[in-house]
Design a protein around this ligand. Structure first.
Ligand code: IPM
Ligand code: MG
Length: 381
């Protein structure tokens, strides 16, 4: 018989941890703290295996993605990833090995073809948005970005004289179909609206996307479909973000519009993402490695913690995921935030992680007195 006081099924899961570069390790540590609190509350067992990827992997092994990391990821039920990138590679276009190659290779090796980026707004953060509060109130949409095809993975060429370069953009019908089905199925659980973002007035690949999406739409008659050219979509996300529910798009357009969409919520530091495919799925905050903040205990851990919530959803631990999200909202409501959210009155990365951990363990927000934790406020303003 189930001995747990809570009525969910106890589970044992293997999680690969890739801390990565910059602030990756410190934000991931907070997410693990939160997962540990969940494991204790619900009697789950999470077994973590740490592996290398990114600049840190290049430093230690010469490669951005060692084979061992792929092996561990393939054997895991999920992967929690921090961030990738180091400034020493960014301004050196001739660098042969780059940290980002690690992430791209991992996406390909694990066939993580769908990247899901929810754009959620929080009333407490509306003053941080570059948009007027009335325009972002209630904004809640999700971007489905194709992640293993398109210009990112097409043939890349540079002529001998180094005067001509090209990147091919290639999509197959099958690549488009599989993510399109996922996006429609997801739209069915939400407001039942799907917007394909493409550039079908110019690109052949976009015309194939449009054709396939129109065909697949026939199987999801309850979902309303519309189509936007990417330049218009970039404008609409700023002018009227409330119109969106599920946005479906190809790899590079998705990369660009998801960064654009993320800032309208007020802080890039808050947004999580899931990359799912045929085997194990990967969860990561959408922010980068923020090297200027690395090691200072000032980065916002909420993107990573909310990615852990998506990971729990993926394990079908719905109640657990809700609890993590409640804990995050509680910290926002009480002003227990890092300095990207409130530069005058901020707490450290570790303290925010501890508070969320404690909320989950105590499940009693009202017991936590703001005055008692004032001492662990960040001293770096
Ligand atoms: C992202 C990032 C990556 C991408 C980089 C780090 C390769 O910007 O996940 O959005 O372009 O896909
Ligand atoms: Mg990006």
């Amino acid at each position: 018989m189930d001995e747990s006081p809570l009525k969910t099924k106890q589970m044992k899961k293997k999680i690969a941890i890739i801390e990565g570069d910059g602030i990756g390790p410190e934000v991931t540590r907070q997410a693990i703290k939160v997962l540990d609190a969940i494991a204790r509350q619900y009697n789950h067992a999470f077994e973590y295996t740490y592996c290398l990827m990114g600049a840190v992997a290049i430093d230690k092994t010469g490669e951005p993605l060692p084979d061992k990391t792929i092996e561990v990821c393939l054997e895991s039920d999920a992967i929690l990833f921090g961030a990738i990138g180091h400034p020493k590679y960014d301004n050196d276009p001739s660098a042969k090995v780059r940290p980002e190659q690690g992430l791209l290779k991992l996406r390909k090796s694990l066939q993580l073809f769908a990247n899901i980026r929810p754009v959620t707004t929080y009333a407490t953060l509306s003053h941080l948005s570059p948009l007027k509060a009335k325009n972002i109130e209630g904004v809640d949409f999700v971007i489905f970005r194709e992640l293993t095809g398109g210009i990112y993975f097409g043939k890349k060429e540079l002529n001998e004289e180094k005067t001509l370069a090209s990147d091919d953009c290639v999509y197959t019908r099958e690549e488009i179909e599989r993510i399109t089905h996922l996006a429609f199925q997801y739209a069915q659980t939400r407001k039942k609206k799907l917007t394909l973002v493409d550039k079908a007035n110019v690109l052949e690949t976009s015309r194939l996307w449009r054709k396939v999406v129109q065909e697949v739409a026939g199987q999801y008659a309850d979902v309303k479909v519309d189509f936007l050219f990417v330049d218009n979509a970039a404008m609409q996300i700023i002018l009227n973000p409330k119109q969106f529910d599920v946005i479906l798009t190809e790899n590079m357009f998705g990369d660009i519009i998801s960064d654009e969409a993320s800032v309208i919520t007020g802080s890039l530091g808050l947004l999580p993402s899931a990359s799912i495919g045929k085997g194990s799925s990967l969860f990561e905050p959408i922010h980068g490695s923020y090297p200027q903040a690395a090691g200072k205990d000032i980065a916002n851990p909420l993107g990573s913690i909310l990615s852990a919530a998506m990971l729990l959803d993926h394990f079908d631990m719905k109640e657990e995921a809700v609890l993590v999200r409640q804990a995050v909202e509680w910290t926002l409501q009480h002003g227990f935030v890092t300095r990207d959210i409130d530069p005058m009155n901020c707490y450290s990365t570790t303290t925010v992680g501890d508070l969320i951990h404690d909320f989950i363990e105590n499940r009693a927000a009202s017991d936590v007195n703001k005055n008692n934790i004032v001492l662990s406020k960040s001293t770096i303003i």
